[in-house]
Design a protein around this ligand. Structure first.
Ligand code: FAD
Ligand code: NAD
Length: 571
């Protein structure tokens, strides 16, 4: 049974809102100060009597605002938890899929990166027999890959299995974990090879296509510099991040080996990053954080010699960012004790040194040998072999150097049924995830429209036959109306414009819980850097993660690292 005081309070609550507000205000200190129930009742009665005789106070706008804010926050929280729960449920309980009519066109998609996956996400798979081919059976959220090199984020948190993505499509999609070794444009087939450890009786075969999307990305540029492939680590794939993580700890533990000379300790603890683009800068920042937050705490003996150096051939790092952000990055690196060597071009790499050509302020050049323990090579993109081979088959690609030249609908020049997206295509835009994602989404719209157009055109053909065979005028007129409606529909669906990229801005993490951002705003640009930008960077990338699962895992990794630090074990 409710206590009298509670009953009194509830009867009061029916009278007036303002009186209740006053009562609650007067009751609150009593409850918190641990008064007896009688004194609480006496107090509420007295307050009620006072309130009844006193003129009703004006509703306080300030509190009303707070009350509504609280309600809104509460409702938003409930809504977000509901949406998360529903999306997890949807992901865990995929619907039954149906097989596509085998007479429909075969659409082959190469790759499971940003371009191909954003195409798959929006594609109506019931319109085509879709076949996806990639040596990687997952999508990788590359913007957070540098954080995996130090164990801030576990690599599985930024991977989304391609099977999860394909299984939730309405119609069945085939996936082959294989590498496309050749695209034979004349024969309209893709030759594929299973390069995984376990092979069945068949590990090479060919897949015919009616339509082909090439989204194989790019490989690491080495510019043919000797020793790069053999001695350095790249940073493009999950395996690369794992290799770097292991090597950092290997260098540290080897430097601590008994009787190691000081010179060797210095070399082993010298972490060199070649390439001052966003990949190199973000990795250098993450590595210095790892040292500052964890390594020097658990292995204090490395403190004296641990050093991160960023080597860049151009006069400054991050050339795609505005001048003030370049300056901000360079000054932050100085604060973090990351040394930047600009105008330094690496020419040769051995297992223990790099040889670099330095341009002095007076324009003279000299060669310098820089010893290293860990070398991370991040000098941008080069064309993949399979793409180069396709370019060689097409005379229209003769003048293209950086990848497949495409038209404004992303059709590969010199073909009529091959499209290219992402880093393997040459457009007017930088090779970024943002561009690849928008290109993929554009192709999905294009293909969905093409399928709709084809269906309407088939309907039109059938209707014109029916019209010519109609028995009377009334039937003929009715069919004619339908034809007009279908023609209108056709005009509407055919109105798809060329691909247009909308730049949302560039973001990069620079270490010490700071980030830089060049954000497009209306027709201008906002440049910002610092801790607030870092919080924006984190929330932007968290919201951009592929799935709710990824979002939760990444957030948990961040919390874990904050509470317990990064793991300094070698595996
Ligand atoms: P990818 O995403 O590289 O995918 C290529 C796919 O093709 C992969 O699945 C691969 O396995 C597959 N493939 C390869 N060879 C074959 C073959 N022979 N046959 C079939 N499949 C094949 N961009 C941003 O906009 N913002 C960022 O913050 C950002 N951060 C980055 C951080 C790092 C560390 C790196 C390396 C890149 C970053 N980028 C960022 C750039 C971005 O990742 C790329 O521009 C983007 O991945 C390009 O997408 P894509 O689909 O062309 O290629
Ligand atoms: P990049 O092409 O942007 O930069 C490579 C850098 O390496 C260049 O500045 C180049 O001058 C330098 N370099 C080349 N050869 C050298 C040599 N021999 N010695 C010294 N320096 C040398 O490469 P990246 O950073 O790997 O980025 C690749 C693409 O991915 C870019 O389009 C980039 O915008 C995108 N990306 C974006 C982000 C982000 O937005 N946060 C992060 C990573 C990558």
């Amino acid at each position: 049974m409710a206590s009298p005081s509670v009953m009194q309070l509830s009867s009061l609550s029916r009278r007036s809102l303002s009186t209740r507000a006053q009562l609650v205000r007067s009751a609150r200190p009593l409850r918190s100060s641990g008064f007896s129930q009688q004194s609480f009742q006496r107090s509420t009665r007295r307050t009620y009597a006072d309130a009844a005789s006193a003129p009703a106070p004006k509703p306080q706008k300030r509190f009303r605002f707070l009350r509504w804010s609280w309600r809104l926050t509460w409702l938003t929280g409930v809504g977000m938890i509901g949406a998360l729960g529903y999306s997890i449920y949807e992901q865990r309980n995929p619907i039954e899929q149906f097989d596509v009519d085998p007479t429909k066109k075969t659409l082959v998609i190469l790759g499971t990166g940003w371009g191909s996956v954003s195409l798959l996400k929006k594609l109506d798979t019931e319109n085509y027999n879709v076949v996806v081919i990639s040596p990687r059976n997952y999508f990788l959220f590359t913007p957070l890959l540098p954080s995996c090199t130090t164990g801030l984020i576990e690599h599985r948190s930024i991977m989304e299995p391609i099977r999860n993505i394909l299984r939730v499509k309405k119609a069945n999609v085939k996936f082959y974990e294989a590498e496309a070794t050749k695209i034979d444009y004349e024969k309209r087939v893709v030759l594929i090879s299973d390069d995984s450890e376990i092979k069945g009786d068949i590990s090479h075969t060919e897949v015919p296509f009616d339509m082909l999307v090439v989204g194989v990305g790019a490989e690491n540029a080495t510019f043919g510099i000797k020793g790069v492939k053999e001695n350095s680590c790249f940073l493009k794939e999950v395996g690369d991040a794992q290799k770097i993580r292991k090597r950092i700890m290997d260098c540290v533990e080897t430097a601590m080996f008994k009787d190691q000379t000081e010179e060797e300790v210095k070399r082993l603890l010298h972490m060199v990053v070649v390439g001052g683009g966003p990949t190199g800068v973000e990795f250098a920042g993450e590595l210095q954080d790892f040292f500052e937050d964890d390594l020097k705490k658990w292995i204090p003996d490395i403190q004296k010699h641990f050093k991160v150096t960023l080597v860049e051939a151009l006069p400054n790092v991050l050339p795609m960012f505005s001048k003030q952000l370049i300056d901000y990055t360079e000054s932050t690196f100085k604060e973090e004790a990351i040394s930047i060597r600009t105008k330094t071009m690496v020419k040769n790499v051995t297992d223990k040194h790099i040889e670099a050509e330095i341009t002095n302020p007076d324009g003279t050049k000299e060669l310098e040998t820089i010893p290293y323990g860990l070398l991370v090579w991040a000098t941008g993109n080069a064309v993949r072999g399979v793409v180069r081979d396709l370019m060689n088959q097409l005379p229209a690609q003769k003048n293209s150097r950086r990848g497949l030249a495409v038209n404004e609908y992303l059709v590969v020049n010199g073909t009529e049924n091959v499209w290219a997206v992402g880093d393997c295509a040459v457009t007017n835009y930088a090779p970024t995830a943002q561009v690849a994602g928008q290109e993929g989404a554009f192709l999905a719209r294009l293909f969905n429209t093409m399928a709709k157009t084809e269906a309407v055109e088939n309907d039109l053909k059938a209707l014109s036959v029916a019209q010519s065979e109609a028995k009377n005028d009334e039937d003929r007129n009715q069919i004619f109306d339908e034809i007009r409606e279908r023609q209108r529909q056709l005009r509407r669906t055919k109105q798809i414009g060329p691909f247009q990229y909308s730049h949302q801005g560039s973001l990069a993490y620079i270490g010490k819980e700071r980030a830089v951002a060049d954000i497009s705003w209306l027709s201008g640009n906002i440049a910002s850097g610092g801790t607030m930008t870092y919080l924006f960077w984190r929330s932007a990338y968290l919201s951009m993660c592929f799935s709710s699962r990824n979002r939760v895992l990444v957030a948990v990794d961040w919390i874990k690292a904050k509470l317990f630090g990064r793991d300094v074990s070698r595996e």
